[in-house]
Ligand binder design. Structure first.
Ligand code: GLN
Length: 449
């Protein structure tokens, strides 16, 4: 598939042909179920959009039953920006319902298959975006990352996925899951394309009160893979990873050394605090954010009800899937009086500690190298226990809690042909260093698709 950089350089006449070719490819790989629909908005370079980002006039549902029939009344800021840059929304990408999940198994529209093995998940929640780019049925895509939902599916599908610093990309028009963690980001075939798309969607936006009003310098024109950096490896982090992930990790460390970077060895508290804090904060915010889906304002409304209360109850009971209900219940519980201090407040304190710990490492290091997931793509149904699924987010969620930027890129394939990705993590708003390091790592490992 043509890269985003190449597509953006095409003369206008050739873009129409590109779109037709893409439609044919999508049809050939329909079984993947990466696209919910092949909707089009405009005639620019086609870009696949996760189904939780508002595109004016489209059905946007966050892959939920409750939003069936909802039509987006406006463009998200990122959509306005991509249109200005000569791109056009093309297709709604499948995802976990309301971005809650790590496998795209909770979608109202059914599961998406991993392009490398149809018996395995593409990861989640941006599984449709990752599978489409990985299968060559999208040039690039937008995803959203609250706790790893861009980076983990990118790793499972052998593509590049990047989560910007919290506040760098406007969340206006993104269906809110956990507002203090959510970020939209690029999912692409290579690091340079990710930098290009990142530049297009970044910048201050008065519509989003958490958008950062700081100087923004484009990253892509200044990419420098020859910069020598200090890169921290967290030795105790990888102890719980599978042998395949550890092998990729060792390969990456050697590659970075060969590129002339300095490797620093660090220890960090790690996953058990991250998971506990994340699943309290994310569910608390989700329970508040999802209260707006009440049958009055958006999408589906239950019928044959005798009063308002029953309408709320029936709409929400019928409209939300099981995992979303679990999150709403968990979130309401941790916010309820008596438990607020014990759970929610404590989780906020732990969040601070996690942030401080990262800052400590970044006093010495420019970047941190980390696994993205403990294993390569797992099989459908393998994580039937929700807690087991939550534990698989161990490596990604701390980065969202700390608000840091990170990029996942493919390193090698297992003997079974499954991609293994790793991530680099950067300092707040230092995306330039993050992309420079990622360019260098990409060059050194020379991953073969
Ligand atoms: N798997 C995590 C969750 O279910 C992260 C999801 C995401 O980043 N949207 O909450």
């Amino acid at each position: 598939m043509i890269t985003l950089k190449e597509a953006l350089a095409l003369p206008k006449e050739e873009i129409a042909a590109l779109r037709e070719d893409l439609k044919k490819r999508i049809e050939e790989k329909r079984d993947l179920n990466a696209y919910i629909a092949v909707d089009e908005a405009g005639d620019g370079v086609p870009l696949l959009i996760k189904d939780n980002i508002q595109v004016k006039g489209w059905n946007v549902t966050a892959a939920s039953g409750i939003l069936q029939g909802y039509v987006a009344p406006y463009d998200a800021t990122v959509i306005a920006k991509i249109k200005e840059a000569g791109l056009a929304p093309f297709g709604r990408a499948n995802m976990d319902e309301f971005a809650m999940g790590s496998s795209t198994e909770t979608s109202f529209y059914g599961k998406t298959l991993n392009p490398h093995d149809p018996e395995r998940v593409p990861g989640g929640s941006s599984g449709g975006s990752a599978a489409a780019v990985g299968a060559g049925v999208a040039i690039a895509a937008l995803g959203s990352d609250t706790g790893g939902s861009i980076r983990q599916p990118a790793a499972f599908c052998g593509i590049v996925g990047m989560k910007p610093t919290y506040g760098r990309v406007s969340r206006w028009g993104l269906g809110a899951y956990s507002s203090s963690l959510d970020q939209i980001g690029p999912m692409t075939q290579n690091v340079e394309d990710a930098a290009i798309l990142y530049d297009i969607i970044s910048g201050h936006d008065t519509h989003d009160s958490t958008s950062a009003d700081i100087d923004y310098k484009p990253v892509a024109p200044n990419l420098d893979p020859d910069r020598k950096l200090k890169i921290a490896v967290v030795d105790n982090y990888i102890e719980d990873a599978s042998p395949e992930v550890r092998a990729a990790y060792e390969k990456a460390v050697k590659a970075l050394e060969a590129e002339g970077h300095t490797i620093l060895h660090k220890e960090m508290m790690g996953a058990k605090y991250d998971i506990a804090a994340y699943y309290i904060i994310a569910t608390a915010e989700a329970s508040a954010n999802l209260s707006r889906y009440d049958g009055v304002r958006y999408g589906n409304r239950a019928e044959n009800v005798k009063d308002l209360k029953e309408m709320y109850l029936k709409t929400r009971s019928e409209g939300f899937g099981e995992e979303v209900k679990r999150r709403i219940l968990l979130g309401s519980f941790v916010l309820s009086s008596g438990y607020y201090d014990a759970y929610y407040l404590k989780a906020q304190k732990v969040r601070h500690l996690i942030k401080d710990e990262f800052e400590g490492v970044f006093r010495d290091a420019d970047l941190i190298l980390s696994p993205v997931a403990p294993t390569p793509a797992f099989r459908f149904g393998e994580m039937a226990d929700p807690l087991q699924m939550y534990l698989s987010d161990a490596y990604t969620i701390g980065i969202n809690l700390a608000g840091l930027p990170a990029i996942s890129l493919p390193i090698e394939k297992t003997a079974e042909g499954l991609p293994v990705g790793l991530q680099l993590i950067g300092r707040h708003f230092d995306e330039q260093t993050l992309f420079d390091g990622a360019m260098s790592l990409e060059r050194a490992v020379a991953y073969e698709k």
